[in-house]
Write a protein that binds this ligand. Structure first.
Ligand code: 4NP
Length: 152
Protein backbone atom coordinates (compact mmCIF):
# COMPACT_ATOMS: atom_id res chain seq x y z
CA UNK A 1 0.00 0.00 0.00
CA UNK A 2 1.47 3.35 -1.07
CA UNK A 3 2.26 5.75 1.76
CA UNK A 4 0.40 9.07 1.63
CA UNK A 5 1.83 12.07 3.48
CA UNK A 6 -0.57 14.72 4.79
CA UNK A 7 0.29 18.04 6.44
CA UNK A 8 -2.24 20.06 8.49
CA UNK A 9 -1.48 23.79 8.68
CA UNK A 10 -2.83 26.60 10.88
CA UNK A 11 -1.36 29.79 12.35
CA UNK A 12 0.11 28.73 15.70
CA UNK A 13 0.09 24.89 15.43
CA UNK A 14 -1.34 24.62 18.93
CA UNK A 15 -5.15 24.70 18.46
CA UNK A 16 -6.64 23.62 15.11
CA UNK A 17 -3.96 21.73 13.15
CA UNK A 18 -3.00 19.49 16.12
CA UNK A 19 -6.66 18.45 16.35
CA UNK A 20 -6.76 17.81 12.59
CA UNK A 21 -3.55 15.75 12.84
CA UNK A 22 -4.96 13.68 15.72
CA UNK A 23 -8.30 13.08 13.98
CA UNK A 24 -6.72 11.97 10.70
CA UNK A 25 -4.21 9.70 12.47
CA UNK A 26 -7.07 8.04 14.37
CA UNK A 27 -9.13 7.50 11.20
CA UNK A 28 -6.11 6.16 9.26
CA UNK A 29 -5.46 3.65 12.05
CA UNK A 30 -9.13 2.63 12.26
CA UNK A 31 -9.37 2.17 8.49
CA UNK A 32 -5.95 0.52 8.17
CA UNK A 33 -4.71 3.18 5.75
CA UNK A 34 -1.03 3.98 5.25
CA UNK A 35 -1.19 7.73 5.91
CA UNK A 36 1.63 9.69 7.58
CA UNK A 37 0.28 12.84 9.23
CA UNK A 38 2.06 15.92 10.57
CA UNK A 39 1.05 19.50 11.37
CA UNK A 40 2.73 22.89 11.54
CA UNK A 41 2.04 26.62 11.83
CA UNK A 42 2.67 29.46 9.42
CA UNK A 43 3.76 31.45 12.50
CA UNK A 44 6.61 30.56 14.84
CA UNK A 45 5.46 31.91 18.23
CA UNK A 46 4.75 28.49 19.72
CA UNK A 47 7.64 26.38 18.37
CA UNK A 48 8.24 23.42 20.70
CA UNK A 49 5.01 23.94 22.67
CA UNK A 50 2.45 21.25 23.44
CA UNK A 51 -1.00 21.72 21.91
CA UNK A 52 -3.25 24.15 23.80
CA UNK A 53 -4.78 22.44 26.86
CA UNK A 54 -8.26 23.02 25.41
CA UNK A 55 -7.30 21.11 22.24
CA UNK A 56 -5.77 18.28 24.27
CA UNK A 57 -8.89 18.04 26.47
CA UNK A 58 -11.27 18.21 23.49
CA UNK A 59 -9.42 15.45 21.62
CA UNK A 60 -9.40 13.30 24.77
CA UNK A 61 -13.19 13.68 25.07
CA UNK A 62 -13.36 11.85 21.73
CA UNK A 63 -10.73 9.24 22.66
CA UNK A 64 -7.74 10.83 20.89
CA UNK A 65 -4.47 11.64 22.68
CA UNK A 66 -2.60 14.55 21.03
CA UNK A 67 -0.41 15.42 24.03
CA UNK A 68 2.78 14.08 22.39
CA UNK A 69 2.61 16.65 19.57
CA UNK A 70 4.97 19.66 19.58
CA UNK A 71 4.48 22.82 17.53
CA UNK A 72 6.73 23.55 14.60
CA UNK A 73 6.84 26.14 11.85
CA UNK A 74 6.19 25.47 8.17
CA UNK A 75 9.40 24.72 6.19
CA UNK A 76 9.89 25.16 2.45
CA UNK A 77 10.81 21.45 2.15
CA UNK A 78 7.26 20.60 3.36
CA UNK A 79 5.91 21.50 -0.07
CA UNK A 80 8.07 18.76 -1.63
CA UNK A 81 7.72 16.30 1.23
CA UNK A 82 3.93 16.10 1.55
CA UNK A 83 1.31 14.90 -0.94
CA UNK A 84 -1.61 16.81 0.58
CA UNK A 85 -1.37 20.11 2.47
CA UNK A 86 -4.52 21.27 4.26
CA UNK A 87 -4.98 24.86 5.40
CA UNK A 88 -7.37 25.42 8.32
CA UNK A 89 -8.40 28.89 7.13
CA UNK A 90 -8.23 31.21 4.15
CA UNK A 91 -5.29 33.19 5.60
CA UNK A 92 -3.19 30.03 5.98
CA UNK A 93 -4.30 29.00 2.49
CA UNK A 94 -3.20 32.30 0.96
CA UNK A 95 0.13 32.17 2.86
CA UNK A 96 0.76 28.62 1.60
CA UNK A 97 -0.01 29.63 -1.98
CA UNK A 98 2.40 32.57 -1.68
CA UNK A 99 5.22 30.33 -0.42
CA UNK A 100 4.68 27.31 -2.70
CA UNK A 101 6.06 26.85 -6.20
CA UNK A 102 3.41 26.84 -8.90
CA UNK A 103 3.86 23.10 -9.51
CA UNK A 104 3.02 22.49 -5.83
CA UNK A 105 -0.28 24.44 -5.83
CA UNK A 106 -2.31 21.29 -6.54
CA UNK A 107 -1.33 19.87 -3.11
CA UNK A 108 -2.86 22.80 -1.18
CA UNK A 109 -6.51 22.72 -0.11
CA UNK A 110 -8.80 24.41 2.38
CA UNK A 111 -9.67 21.59 4.76
CA UNK A 112 -13.40 22.42 4.83
CA UNK A 113 -13.63 22.29 1.01
CA UNK A 114 -14.58 18.60 1.26
CA UNK A 115 -17.94 19.79 2.64
CA UNK A 116 -20.84 21.08 0.56
CA UNK A 117 -20.13 24.72 1.37
CA UNK A 118 -16.89 25.75 -0.36
CA UNK A 119 -14.47 28.45 0.78
CA UNK A 120 -15.18 28.10 4.51
CA UNK A 121 -12.52 28.55 7.21
CA UNK A 122 -12.21 26.67 10.50
CA UNK A 123 -12.77 29.44 13.06
CA UNK A 124 -9.71 30.26 15.19
CA UNK A 125 -10.78 29.16 18.69
CA UNK A 126 -7.72 30.62 20.49
CA UNK A 127 -9.66 33.47 22.13
CA UNK A 128 -12.81 31.36 22.73
CA UNK A 129 -13.89 29.06 25.49
CA UNK A 130 -13.92 25.26 25.34
CA UNK A 131 -17.15 25.29 23.27
CA UNK A 132 -15.24 26.80 20.35
CA UNK A 133 -12.83 23.86 20.44
CA UNK A 134 -15.69 21.35 20.42
CA UNK A 135 -17.16 23.08 17.37
CA UNK A 136 -13.74 22.95 15.67
CA UNK A 137 -13.49 19.23 16.47
CA UNK A 138 -16.86 18.46 14.86
CA UNK A 139 -16.12 20.55 11.75
CA UNK A 140 -12.74 18.85 11.28
CA UNK A 141 -14.14 15.40 11.95
CA UNK A 142 -16.80 15.81 9.27
CA UNK A 143 -14.42 17.37 6.73
CA UNK A 144 -11.72 14.72 7.26
CA UNK A 145 -14.29 11.92 6.89
CA UNK A 146 -15.13 13.36 3.49
CA UNK A 147 -11.43 13.60 2.50
CA UNK A 148 -10.67 9.99 3.49
CA UNK A 149 -11.87 8.42 0.22
CA UNK A 150 -10.01 11.00 -1.86
CA UNK A 151 -6.67 10.61 -0.06
CA UNK A 152 -6.01 6.91 -0.74
P1 4NP B 1 -4.10 27.92 15.88
O1 4NP B 1 -4.57 29.03 16.94
O2 4NP B 1 -3.60 28.68 14.66
O3 4NP B 1 -5.32 27.14 15.61
O4 4NP B 1 -2.99 27.13 16.56
C1 4NP B 1 -3.74 30.09 17.36
C2 4NP B 1 -2.83 29.88 18.36
C3 4NP B 1 -2.01 30.91 18.78
C4 4NP B 1 -2.11 32.16 18.18
C5 4NP B 1 -3.03 32.36 17.17
C6 4NP B 1 -3.84 31.32 16.75
N1 4NP B 1 -1.28 33.23 18.62
O5 4NP B 1 -1.48 34.35 18.13
O6 4NP B 1 -0.41 33.02 19.47
Amino acid sequence: MKEIKVLMVCLGNICRSPLAEGILKAKAKEQNKNIVVDSCGTGGWHIGDMPDKRSIDTALKFGIDISDQRARKLRSIDFEDFDWIFAMDIHNYNDLKTLAKEEEYHKIHLILDSLATKGQSVPDPYYDGVDGFTEVYHLLNEAIDAWMEKLV
